[in-house]
Design a protein. Structure first.
Length: 237
């Protein structure tokens, strides 16, 4: 069962919260909780609390906050990931793994070789779907902070708008160093077809370092987990 159950709002002791139908279904039908059960919860912003399942019906349930725990401060150093759009379940897995490995934010990229094209309506539905994947991954992995999901944007815009050090993930890049200073970073992951010449020229103009993660060619959906695990380790040495 999940380590914690996400209720994304500020709460107080004794407060009763009515859950939406889909969340009530997950808690009572999937996780098999019953009235009276004590549930460990979190708000997605560092806060954790215990709540008791106080009322259960066919389409909704209510939990009552029984104890507020200490709020954890947000980590001083963030490690964000820019992910080029991938097709179908590959994108779902990439976002899930990025969340489980502790990405502070997930920035979606419309890379030039991206073969995913979404209408405005389709994008709205997809963003909602991916946000649910992020929430579930936080519950499963015990993450107290839900990473921000930013909508798709050109890689140039993403680079121009960040204050973090930007690193390009590229199978043709240099080998990773033995260690890295512990500073805020944004890792850029390309599409399945790789970065094109225009994007490589952009990276060169900004003097962005490019690193390979492995001597073998990784699937695009595998890159987030490998990248975040490696960079988290290198920054802590």
């Amino acid at each position: 069962m999940p380590l914690r159950f996400l209720i994304p709002e500020a709460v107080s002791e004794g407060q009763s919260i009515t859950l939406a139908a889909d969340r009530a279904h997950y808690l009572t039908k999937v996780m098999r909780h019953k009235a009276g059960d004590l549930i460990e919860c979190f708000d997605g912003n560092g806060g954790a609390f215990d709540a008791q399942l106080s009322e259960v019906s066919n389409k909704r349930c209510t939990v009552t906050v029984s104890r507020i725990k200490a709020v954890e401060p947000r980590p001083d150093i963030s490690l964000a990931l820019g992910i080029s759009l991938l097709k179908g379940q590959a994108m779902d897995r990439a976002i899930q793994q990025a969340t489980e490995l502790g990405a502070s934010s997930i920035c979606l990229i419309n890379a030039n070789r991206c073969n995913v094209h979404l209408s405005a309506e389709r994008l709205t539905n997809k963003m909602g779907h991916w946000e649910k994947i992020i929430a579930a991954a936080c519950e499963q992995s015990g993450q107290l902070f839900v990473p921000l999901l930013e909508p798709p944007q050109p890689v140039r815009q993403l680079i121009d708008n960040t204050a973090s050090e930007v690193i390009v993930l590229d199978m043709h890049g240099k080998q990773l160093p033995a260690s890295l200073p512990n500073i805020e970073r944004l890792l850029l992951m390309g599409p399945e077809g790789g970065w094109d010449d225009e994007e490589r020229s952009l990276f060169a103009a900004h003097q962005l370092p490019a690193y390979q993660l492995s001597a073998s060619t990784l699937r695009a959906e595998t890159v987030p987990a490998v990248a975040l695990a490696l960079f988290s380790h290198l920054q802590q040495l």
